[in-house]
Design a protein. Sequence first.
Length: 132
Amino acid sequence: PLPLDVPYNTSPSTLPGDELQWLAIKAIRLDANWRAKNTRVRGLCPLIDDKSGQYVDQMQFLPGGKWLWTAQRTLKRESWYTRMGLWSLEDVSNSHRVWSTEISGIYRSCTLVQSSEGDFATLVVGVCDHRE
């Protein structure tokens, strides 16, 4: 399947032919780039600027690719915590965190689902609260 960048909650059959054609051309170019022996990366945007060696353990895009959820495990004062954030990628050159929280324990798994209208998301996180 080609990675068509159709607006969230929009059926491709409802789009005008010229718009659908342009989306298909972009998808074919993207697919060809990712399959190429030397993939061209057109841009890089760091989301976390943490000098303490933190990194993202897990990330998940919401449908439409405009939102990114991230999770990091971190050790503070001999206790494990999970830091989660939701990032707006509407304008990739100005990506920013719009929500974050920190909970005690280490996340093990998660599920993130966006509503059919796209106006809210539900996050369910499985957490282990003992030291590893």
